[in-house]
Design a protein around this ligand. Structure first.
Ligand code: SF4
Ligand code: SF4
Length: 299
């Protein structure tokens, strides 16, 4: 995997303690998420709104929603218990940037109270260009954008609607706006030196053959990492595309797409699709130790 010899020093400094950006760091450093962002501004066909945003999380889990105040208390408490906790991410349960007041209030307070913790957020990208200044103002130096297509004809099979300029937009037009906003947001972040990770959900029969093109387009715009994740089709999660038959990819199909994208943007293969209130090393979940009722005991 990529190491200090493969990139400029200032980039390595941003990557080396971030478990999601460095395969090496993911064995040693922990991240946590706080679920302060309940609303979403788009609809993905694979999303079930009862659960966390499936763009960054394993679908089918419900995280404990927190106010910014509660979130900051929790981060400070966890940081004193888990010294390897280097990164705080906001990844739902909806979209971090569809809840800008809560997301940035949390970041603002954290910068004051725990300035050593790196800040990270994940978004579907629709609102991203509007918040690049604020992202930079709070020194958020890692942003994940979920990009499942670069062609609105593919996109309209994934996104039934977006909420845009006070109205609901559907079909091809919705996918076209989302695509343009994602590309613009990515370009703006690259221009400002913010490291980006692109998540793509591999949906067999919908975007499997298209992800190579996604990889090429995001690399061209400076994406640091590309994480191709399988659609997780769990019966309790409900239906996809209004059909109960949409399956996720097999391990072989996933690997084939990942291999086809080798040589493009760096591929991340250690993603564990964590929940919106995850705490701990990737693949480890200590969130139950830090629920609100237990925090009082830690104070
Ligand atoms: Fe669901 Fe996340 Fe898509 Fe919003 S962006 S619809 S929360 S999967
Ligand atoms: Fe950041 Fe995503 Fe990792 Fe969470 S899972 S810390 S939002 S890169």
């Amino acid at each position: 995997s990529a190491g200090p010899d493969d990139m400029p020093q200032e980039i390595w400094d941003k990557v080396k303690n971030h478990p999601c950006y460095s395969e090496e760091a993911h064995h040693h450093y922990a991240r946590m998420h706080v679920a302060v962002a309940p609303a979403c501004n788009i609809q993905c066909n694979y999303c079930n709104r009862k659960y966390d945003c499936s763009n960054e999380s394993r679908p089918g889990v419900v995280s404990q929603k927190l106010t910014p105040d509660q979130a900051v208390r929790k981060v400070v408490a966890v940081a004193s218990e888990i010294p390897q906790m280097t990164v705080l991410g906001i990844a739902g349960p909806g979209d971090a940037l569809a809840n800008p007041a809560k997301t940035f209030e949390t970041f603002r307070m954290l910068q004051e109270q725990a300035p050593d913790i790196k800040l990270c957020l994940s978004t579907n990208g629709l609102a991203l260009p509007d918040y690049v200044d604020e992202i930079c103002k709070y020194n958020v130096d890692h942003v994940t954008i979920t990009i499942n297509m670069v062609d609105p004809a593919v996109g309209e099979k994934i996104y039934p609607w977006i909420f845009w300029e006070h109205r609901r937009v559907r079909g091809y037009e919705a996918a076209k706006i989302l695509h343009e906003r994602q590309m613009l947001g990515l370009e703006m972040l690259t221009a400002r030196g913010v490291l980006t990770k692109i998540n793509s959900v591999l949906i067999p029969g919908v975007n499997d053959e298209h992800l190579y093109e996604v990889n090429r387009e995001v690399k061209k715009r400076g994406a640091f990492l590309h994480n191709i994740m399988p659609l997780i089709s769990e019966p309790e999660h409900g239906t996809y595309f209004g059909l109960s038959g949409q399956r996720g990819p097999s391990a072989t199909e996933l690997k084939a797409v990942q291999d086809a994208c080798m040589g493009g943007a760096n591929l991340m293969r250690h993603c564990r699709q964590c929940r919106a209130d995850a705490v701990g090393l990737l693949g480890e979940d200590r969130s139950e130790e830090f629920t609100l009722d237990k925090l009082d005991a830690l104070d």
